[in-house]
Design a protein around this ligand. Structure first.
Ligand code: SF4
Length: 177
């Protein structure tokens, strides 16, 4: 549970990047993950103590960066966003308050969709604030660098509101490969 694990630390924040989802994005990398996937792209951020505390000043900076008209949305990565729900829910709620659905929210997670469906209230709350989820652990034997926004072929790009509504995984409609 995030309340037992998270120190509300962030490993990094990258404004205006082109790789963490569709369009120009502001990306927050939260600290702490328990999955320990061999070949993890961000081993340092598996540590809940890594980085700096999340602050109101950082949140305000993210919101100001997102006001730029060319920014499509926010991306949550880690570490594990769903083990840092205190930070991620607060930030997503602020994004919705400031921008409604004019900006989108993507998140990566090591949980599979089916696992999240069995999980705690805070994880489902965070999920309800997200538009696109890239799910599942990174598996080295399924590694494929040609995939859109994913490291291994078990991972899926999921339309969250549609999937919640239909109670089944709905894959992103702009998936190319
Ligand atoms: S789920 Fe992601 S952050 Fe966590 S160990 Fe696996 S690759 Fe690394």
């Amino acid at each position: 549970m995030a309340k037992d694990l998270s120190l509300q630390y962030v490993a990094d924040y990258k404004a205006f990047n082109f790789v963490d989802g569709e369009g120009v994005r502001c990306s927050l990398y939260v600290s702490g993950c328990l999955f320990h996937c061999p070949g993890c792209y961000n081993v340092a951020a598996q540590n809940f103590h890594y980085g700096q505390p999340y602050t109101q000043a950082l949140e305000d900076q993210i919101i100001e960066d997102m006001r730029k008209p060319y920014v499509q949305g926010l991306t949550l990565l880690g570490g594990e966003p769903f083990l840092n729900t205190q930070v991620c829910i607060k930030l997503c709620q602020r994004v919705r308050k400031e921008f409604g659905h004019d900006k989108d929210i993507w998140s990566w997670t090591g949980y599979k969709w089916e696992e999240l469906m069995q999980e705690s209230y805070d994880k489902l709350k965070l999920l309800s604030l997200i538009d696109i989820l890239v799910d599942g652990r990174f598996l080295e034997d399924k590694k494929d660098l040609t995939l859109q926004f994913r490291g291994s072929s078990n991972q899926r790009i999921i339309e969250v509101p549609e999937s919640l509504q239909q109670n089944k995984v709905v894959i992103w409609d702009r998936l190319v490969h």
